[in-house]
Ligand binder design. Structure first.
Ligand code: HEM
Length: 424
């Protein structure tokens, strides 16, 4: 029986009856094996999540993954950082300064909605969803995606599940008409015009790379079916790129602030050692992973290298965060956040947090800064770019207003994290 952490006590219900794996090697073997199918999203796999990348396997999955790899190669990641991420961070901070400055000159605000606005604007640009600029539009976009993601992750919900799904369906309609259809029509038209002029339409994706443009280019092969599949796919990409990244970023800020309170000497490392914030980000990613477990179904009878026997059709719940605490790789205090941690040779500092094998996260280079799996890569990913700028603006947790955790889910998500900016 897997050890379920106190914060995840309710997750025990969601995985009851499944074989629960917590061992790093066993989890890695299952994720790399072709003898398992995706078992996540049981309640919505034929509706909200039908045929999306997350849930398919085989050749079609690989073909879509190759296209995503082009979208997120190192050159593209560096270009997103300069063209989208850094300007978005400045814009979001300027909005905070304009609206939340109090009489003492300090900006009192909430990290959760701030991180949300940053992540959603960047995800909009990367996905090719237009019109996520103004404050009002970004709020509607966030509202739609949050409601849809609650539906997609309903397996873990503590609310009335059919009500959650009904709300997600309604939000999908709003997303379709307000954001998806206008953005996709524009891109299909650009591709059609380039073809009509006798040009190579792939050049459009080179000049202005975004996922929806790539999907318009591959509308007749990799994403055949209908436009609704493309909508579900882009939406899943949007939720994958915003929700995990936002949750991870908030936990990173909270953990690092608490670490610095206990180790004030390390504050000098933020400016003094460019790798410090990067190591801290990877360490925070290792410590917490959402959702509580990844689910796979064995497609045939087998025995894992550990000797564990699995029946055909057996469902396994993979507790990645538990695997990430394995003492041989991460030391005896693997459950703790320690930005100075050294990990065993051949182990990536974020452990299993981005998955491994065919379904491993294609967004990792964006989050960590590069495709390089070594960890010491000399560039900032999304999390570090944001926190570095927030530190320059004097971020601190608000001592008078504690963070508030979302009570409606098994995930460790905070709906409110009051913070101060003293140099904004
Ligand atoms: C801290 C941030 C993130 C974390 C911890 C994370 C984690 C993960 C994990 C563990 C998986 C594997 C799921 C499985 O095997 O069942 C995954 C898949 C995926 N992630 Fe991420 N992710 C993050 C950010 C992103 C970003 C920024 C993007 C897009 C730019 C993204 C796009 C995806 C997609 C499309 C998949 C599905 C891949 C497939 O099924 O083949 N993720 N992610």
């Amino acid at each position: 029986m897997a050890k379920i952490t106190p914060a995840d006590t309710h997750a025990a219900d969601a995985v009851a009856g499944m074989t629960q794996l917590t061992d790093f090697e066993e989890i890695g073997e299952v994720l790399r094996s072709r003898k398992f199918a995706q078992g996540s999203s049981q309640l919505v796999r034929d509706t909200l999540m039908k045929d999306v990348l997350f849930l398919i396997d085989g050749e079609e999955h690989l073909a879509r993954k190759r296209i995503l790899a082009r979208l997120l190669d190192d050159g593209a990641v560096a270009s997103y950082r300069d063209r989208h991420l850094l300007p978005v961070i400045e814009r979001c901070l300027a909005e905070e300064a304009a609206t939340h400055r109090s009489a003492d000159g300090i900006v009192h605000t909430d990290l959760a909605p701030l991180a949300q606005r940053c992540m959603h604007r960047v995800a909009g640009a990367l996905s090719g969803i237009d019109g996520v600029d103004s404050e009002a539009a970004v709020q509607r976009f966030i509202g739609q995606l949050r409601t849809i993601v609650a539906g997609k992750t309903v397996d873990w919900s503590l609310d009335d599940k059919s009500a959650v799904i009904a709300r997600a369906n309604a939000a999908y309609e709003d997303f379709r008409t307000e954001f998806f259809e206008p953005s996709f029509s524009r891109r299909k038209q650009r591709v059609a015009e380039a073809r009509a002029r006798g040009e190579d339409p792939a050049a459009i994706a080179t000049k202005a790379p975004d996922l929806l443009t790539l999907m318009a280019l591959h509308r007749e092969d990799t994403w055949k079916s209908d436009d609704l599949l493309i909508m579900r796919e882009i939406n899943t990409f949007l939720t994958a790129s915003t929700q995990s990244a936002m949750t991870a970023f908030i936990l990173y800020v909270m953990r690092l602030e608490r670490w610095l309170e206990r180790h004030p000497g390390d504050r000098a490392l933020i400016d003094g050692d460019p790798e410090f914030l990067r190591r801290a980000a990877f360490e925070s990613l290792r410590v917490s992973v959402s959702p509580p477990a990844r689910i796979r179904v064995a497609t045939e009878e087998m025995t894992l290298a550990s000797g564990r026997h699995l029946r055909a059709g057996e469902t396994v719940a993979l507790f990645l965060a538990e695997g990430n605490r394995e003492s041989a790789r991460f030391g005896d205090d693997g459950g703790e956040f320690n930005p100075h941690r050294s990990v065993a040779q051949g182990t990536v500092p974020w452990g299993l947090s981005f998955g491994v094998g065919a379904h491993a996260c294609p967004g990792r280079p964006l989050v960590t800064g590069s495709r390089n799996p070594a960890g010491a890569i000399g560039v900032d990913g999304t999390m570090v770019s944001m926190l570095r700028r927030f530190h320059a603006a004097g971020i601190a947790l608000d001592p008078d207003r504690p963070p508030v955790r979302d009570a409606a889910t098994h995930y460790e998500i905070y709906t409110s994290v009051p913070v101060l900016f003293t140099r904004l």
